[in-house]
Design a protein around this ligand. Structure first.
Ligand code: ADP
Ligand code: MG
Length: 249
């Protein structure tokens, strides 16, 4: 089921009835030949519009791999992966590029351009969207930086900000274009307890306001309560409950 992106209205109608993220028997391998290694096994996961889902699980269990597949940052190989009603298995480069316009990304390392100011970093993400070209990008960037509590830091170089402030810029950058989905990979891993908490609370607040769907990977059990639902990954498989999985071993 492939939809043209210009039919926004149809896409919206469709979203009300289908999950924003839906995988069926999604499987992934790295490597070729003898080195081929399966890292995801039959992943079935549906996430509805506006849901905040936290994914947790041991290091190396496949969380980042799954997130990058969902974000159209790598190609789905086997099974079904539908994002915003579009099947991504077999999707071409152009389809993935278009899809990425509807997704905000937040990584563990903030990935800001350190030689740009906070505002320029946020603005740059808007410049990638055709639909914002006619708007006052500086204003939009300043407004969202204010929303994440950085009104005093708008024109500071990213380099001169604290870890928590940088990650707040990263949130502003991910959400300024009002994406339908935000994928966050261990966004608090490099932050102290208080900054980590502040950052996810801001993310939660903005997402709820925009009815944005969030999938957030974390090891940080201090932030689990912001989720509507928690899913666990172990050895490339989603498990309902880690205690249950342990008992089954
Ligand atoms: P997590 O995010 O849960 O720590 P990853 O998705 O990063 O797990 O990794 C899952 C498995 O896939 C690990 O065994 C890892 O070594 C392997 N892996 C991740 N990325 C690559 C890659 N680009 N090439 C080969 N193997 C990879
Ligand atoms: Mg990871």
């Amino acid at each position: 089921m492939t939809q043209p992106w210009n039919s926004q209205h149809d896409a919206q109608k469709n979203l009300q009835s289908t999950p924003v993220i839906s995988t069926q028997q999604l499987t992934h391998y790295f490597g070729q030949g003898q080195l081929r290694k399966q890292v995801l096994f039959d992943i079935n996961l549906n996430i509805d519009a506006g849901e905040i889902v936290i994914m947790t699980g041991p290091s190396g269990s496949g969380k980042t791999t799954l997130l990058t597949l969902m974000g159209g940052l790598r190609s789905a190989q086997e099974g079904s992966l539908q994002i915003l009603g579009q099947e991504l298995r077999g999707a071409g480069k152009q389809q993935l590029t278009q899809l990425r316009q509807n997704i905000g990304y937040i990584f563990q390392a903030h990935n800001l351009l350190t030689f740009l100011t906070a505002k320029q970093n946020v603005r740059m993400s808007l410049e990638l969207h055709d639909r914002y070209l006619e708007q006052n990008l500086d204003q939009l960037a300043s407004d969202i930086l204010e929303r994440v509590g950085l009104e005093q830091r708008i024109d500071y170089y990213a380099d001169s900000l604290s870890g928590g402030q940088k990650q707040r810029v990263a949130i502003a950058r991910a959400l300024v274009s009002r994406p339908k989905i935000v994928l966050a990979d261990e966004p608090t891993a490099a932050l102290d307890k208080k900054s980590g908490r502040d950052v996810v609370e801001m993310l939660q607040e903005l997402a709820k306001e925009q009815n944005c769907t969030i999938l957030l990977v974390t090891h940080d059990n201090r932030i689990l309560d912001i989720a509507d639902r928690i899913v666990y990954m172990e050895d490339g498989r989603l498990v309902d409950d880690p205690d249950m999985a342990a008992r089954a071993k």
